[in-house]
Write a protein that binds this ligand. Structure first.
Ligand code: MN
Length: 190
């Protein structure tokens, strides 16, 4: 089993146990099929980031919980080039720069949208905010029902507890940082 699949499998199993949810209930809450959830738990499937985002949403936990545990030391050096991964056949590459840590209340990714990528995000938990900073290329964000063009160097903070979206209609990849902040009684599992 790939390390990422292994981490994902054990996280999903323990979350489901903590919630006391059957596979059926988890499928209902996340919108991901029972069969797919079962495959993930057995390490037989490499889900797309879109699927992981649905699962995280259904359990009200940060996405990075499914990718990597937070690093403990006071000084953490992370190199996106070494962390970038492309789960499944997704057109989004993900580098988990800082995984969610309840002490800090946020997770931070470097995300790459390959040409043609388009995704609508379900609303996150109440009070969640996203901070998007474009590092390279050009992309669009769906904010308040309108696609807003973001060029290199643009930064935006938006309430992510309403539906929003990301897309790249250009021929070159768009790379951005996304810092996702979770409100106080953080998105910890009960
Ligand atoms: Mn989002």
């Amino acid at each position: 089993m790939q390390p990422i699949n292994q981490y994902l499998s054990s996280t999903l199993k323990s979350l489901r146990a903590e919630h006391g949810w059957s596979l059926e209930r988890a499928a209902k809450e996340t919108g991901v099929s029972k069969a797919m959830l079962g495959q993930i738990e057995r390490g037989e499937s490499s889900p797309t980031i879109a699927t992981l985002w649905k699962i995280a949403g259904g359990f009200s936990v940060p996405l990075s919980l499914f990718i990597e545990p937070p690093s403990a030391p006071n000084v953490v050096v992370r190199v996106a080039d070494e962390l970038r991964q492309q789960p499944a056949e997704d057109d989004m590459l993900v580098a988990p720069l800082f995984s969610y840590d309840p002490e800090f209340g946020f997770e931070m990714f470097e995300l790459t949208l390959l040409p043609g990528y388009e995704r609508y995000s379900e609303p996150h938990k109440t009070g969640v905010t996203e901070h998007v900073v474009v590092l390279d290329g050009e992309m669009e964000l769906l904010l308040d029902g309108q696609w807003v063009t973001m060029t290199k160097g643009s930064a935006v903070r938006f309430a992510a507890d309403v539906s929003h979206g990301y897309r790249n209609l250009n021929a070159a990849p768009a790379i951005f940082h996304n810092l996702i902040h979770y409100p106080k009684p953080a998105a910890e599992s009960p």
